[in-house]
Design a protein around this ligand. Structure first.
Ligand code: ADP
Ligand code: ZN
Ligand code: ZN
Length: 743
């Protein structure tokens, strides 16, 4: 038997794995992840390494392969656990061991110490309070916000103030000139944590919260580590529940990881955790440099941190005694990695928790189909929170049928109802958000008269128009010429839906002269801080209407917004992708949730050509259960996840002819494997097809889909395909990647 051993796991390059022979007496003891002592180099220096794999064959000259000396005596280290996790990820998601290791291990990087700016409050508490009052009276919102934050915490990181508080440099300068604060530069030890400010607010848990916390504690005390799904409407108090659960494990001397999508990692959220856990909290985000991230990881490893908060990658925090992993907004697509290994944070978290005897808590107002499916099948424990913790009303939602608008002679992109409500809000001085749903826009063809959408007869997803005038299916490759007459009603009003945010901005400005309009989309957010600037301007009520793409739906709370308009709600239904219904439901629910966050109740208008579509109907009714039932039936019928498992094999290369040939051989091979695996349940092979975009930077792309019931069957097929391409020479001029249950 032979073992793959990696020597220097902290090295930037981390790219060489060596093979060693396993002495007989160790054969039964050695498992991936273990630390071993091996002879290294020409002098056979004894050094430590970690086992990343075990095999019966050796790729090198047998006479030159050295023996492992011993298993290291240090006991199980955190690295051992993470490497074992990497092994699991490589097996379950494909890619190389090196790629998996680079994903899970903190890698040291050389970097210079940084100069950081921070703000210090120069006033005493009382004077500060007076000043805050003054700003509020003058309606100077940005100044007031900064002042309030400084009163909570007299020293603030500059970054935090500009990025999370949305306060701009001119405001800071103004306060500096008034002698309110000092702007300081300092050489810092790379530590993004600031002191906890303010005091923890006492709250009395609601009945729903209490029930969940009790159940969790009971399991925990009894040594049970489970996966829980908290399905609770926005504002139902999920975050308070997470914090209480974390408190339970931290009190036991264990640590917790909290995954939050980067966009939701707002100043307010972060402060809530600081208030509760003080400087034993660490934050990971994309603004930290590689060096800063490494420092945070090391602090965690040394036991200086109890709670790590961050996006997907924080999952691999090297905690010595992990107790709990929380995944907030678990339905977010950002939890799926787009780089090999294409892991999903949810599954990987559950696996890590299993290996380290920790619990997992998933939370969402619109749980993913996967999570709810597993909860309903008893794999996760389901908790529901139906009420908002402070009993605010949910928004009133109206659906407008745009076909009817057209029939009544209204050709505007704004329905009459939405126009009226916009005017009403402008009159009252309340704010409006207009959201153009353009998610994954892929040129589907629809009829403006009857709403009919042209779909693939085999896959039940919409066909996309290509430049050559053909409409194609991105799953199976089916194609037909573009049509000009609606097959349903004979109308000529059929074509690709085209409307941009720019166009909407123009229309709104023209129609409501004097209204102040801001726009947020790809074009207006190219420069570095523009995203934050637009949102802060809107939060400061410097505009009446914010027009934007899905960027505006998430993350921020605007208490003065009482009307949300969703234009082209159906756009995301036809993204030639089986998750389009789910995404549409989530987007619409979130959009409606933007209205009426403050004291006044909100309204939302959903404009659609397909008001009868279940995703739209159930979103308008804010009825998750009904949506889930419809959607799972569709997934079961079509064999899509979570009912079945789907593997996308992505093949790309510069030589199109060679690629076609490669795809052909690969498909033939997969079909043979599928026939052999047939006893484990039916295996269907679809494609090769275009993955949406046929060519990127002169690299041609194709995809083959494999559907079956058992995930293990797909893993088996992946292993065989990896070997097959390894020994067949033509494939070294192509790149092949695996994507399990793609998003
Ligand atoms: P979610 O995470 O479900 O959106 P949060 O935990 O953020 O909900 O709660 C929403 C707001 O309600 C927060 O300001 C929170 O402090 C407050 N809150 C939560 N639970 C309670 C409670 N039991 N009593 C009073 N306020 C609460
Ligand atoms: Zn029609
Ligand atoms: Zn198809």
């Amino acid at each position: 038997m032979f073992a793959d051993v990696i020597i220097d796991i902290q090295h930037e390059k981390l790219d060489k794995i060596f093979q060693y022979r396993i002495p007989e007496e160790l054969e039964d003891k050695l498992t991936p992840g273990m630390e071993v002592v091996v002879p290294f180099g020409s002098g056979n220096r004894q050094i430590k390494g970690y086992v990343t794999g075990i095999s019966e064959t050796c790729d090198y000259d047998l006479s030159k392969v050295k023996n492992i000396i011993s298993i290291s005596e240090r006991g199980v280290e955190i690295e051992t656990k993470l490497i074992a996790l990497a092994v699991w990820m490589k097996e379950n998601y494909g890619g190389t061991m090196i790629q998996a290791l680079k994903t899970v291990l903190p890698i040291k990087q050389k970097e210079n110490a940084k100069v950081r700016k921070r703000l210090r409050l120069l006033l005493d508490k009382e004077t500060g309070e007076r000043q805050l009052h003054y700003y509020l009276e003058k309606n100077q919102k940005a100044r007031a916000r900064l002042m309030a934050a400084l009163l909570d915490d007299p020293v603030l990181e500059y970054e935090l103030v500009t990025k999370k508080l949305n306060v701009t440099m001119p405001v800071i300068r103004a306060l500096e000139e008034q002698g309110v604060l000092a702007l300081e530069s300092r050489q810092v030890f790379r530590d993004p944590v600031k002191k906890a400010g303010g005091t923890e607010q006492e709250i009395t848990f609601t009945e729903e919260q209490t029930r969940i916390i009790r159940a969790f504690r009971k399991d925990y005390r009894e040594g049970l580590r489970k996966t829980y799904l908290i399905y609770g409407v926005t504002g139902s108090g999920k975050t308070e529940v997470y914090m209480e659960m974390i408190r339970t494990v931290v009190d036991q001397g264990k640590q917790a990881i909290v995954l939050i999508p980067e966009i939701a990692l707002t100043y307010q959220t972060v402060m809530r955790f600081y208030r509760k856990f003080g400087d034993r909290v660490s934050i990971m985000n994309s603004r930290l440099s590689a060096g800063e991230r490494y420092d945070q990881m090391m602090r965690a490893r040394e036991g200086k941190v109890d709670v790590m908060i961050g996006p997907r990658s924080a999952l691999f925090t090297p905690f010595p005694d992990l107790g709990l992993i929380v995944i907030d907004e678990e339905h977010e697509t950002t939890y799926k990695s787009e780089q090999t290994p294409r892991y999903h944070a949810r599954e990987t978290a559950i696996r890590r928790a299993e290996m380290e005897h920790a619990g997992v808590v998933l939370g969402s107002a619109t749980p993913s189909m996967e999570a709810m499916y597993r909860a309903k099948h008893g794999e996760y424990i389901l908790f529901e929170m139906k009420n908002r913790s402070r009993m605010q009303q949910m928004a009133e939602v109206y659906t407008v049928d745009m076909r009817e608008e057209l029939k009544s002679g209204n050709r505007s992109i704004l329905s009459r109802r939405l126009q009226e409500l916009i005017q009403d809000r402008l009159d009252k001085g309340e704010q409006i958000m207009l959201f153009l749903n353009r998610r994954g826009y892929s040129g589907f063809v629809s009829c403006r008269e009857c709403g009919h959408v042209i779909k693939c007869p085999h896959c039940d997803v919409s066909l996309s128009v290509h430049r050559d005038g053909m409409m194609r299916c991105h799953y199976c490759g089916y194609e037909q010429p573009k049509i000009t007459v609606c097959p349903e009603c004979g109308s000529h009003y059929i074509g690709e839906f085209r409307a941009g945010t720019q166009q909407i901005e123009d229309i709104v400005k023209e129609k409501y002269a004097g209204a102040r309009v801001l726009r947020m989309d790809m074009d207006t957010t190219r420069s570095k801080d523009s995203h934050e600037k637009i949102l802060s301007a809107f939060a400061n009520e410097e505009a009446d209407i914010l027009v934007g793409t899905q960027m505006i739906v998430k993350g921020h709370d605007f208490p003065n917004v009482t009307l949300v308009g969703v234009l082209a709600a159906d756009m995301s239904l036809y993204t030639s992708d089986y998750r389009s219904g789910e995404r549409t439901f989530q987007l619409l629910t979130q959009a409606a949730g933007r209205a009426g966050r403050g004291d006044r109740p909100g309204e939302a208008v959903i404009q659609t050509y397909d008001p009868g579509h279940y995703a739209i109907e159930t979103a308008a009714a804010q009825d998750y259960e009904a949506f889930y039932e419809e959607e799972i039936r569709y997934r079961e019928l079509m064999g899509y996840p979570p009912a079945e498992q789907l593997l996308a094999v992505l093949i790309s290369g510069e030589d199109e002819a060679l690629l076609e040939k490669g795809c052909h051989y690969l498909k033939e091979y997969i079909l043979r494997l599928a026939a052999k695996a047939g006893h484990q349940g039916e295996v269907r092979v679809i494609g090769p097809a275009s993955p949406g975009i046929d060519k990127i930077k002169d690299i041609f792309r194709r995809v083959i889909y494999i559907k079956t019931e058992r995930y293990g069957t797909l893993v088996g097929i992946k292993d065989r395909v990896e070997k097959y391409i390894d020994i067949n020479p033509g494939f070294d001029r192509m790149r092949i990647q695996f994507d399990f249950n793609p998003m």
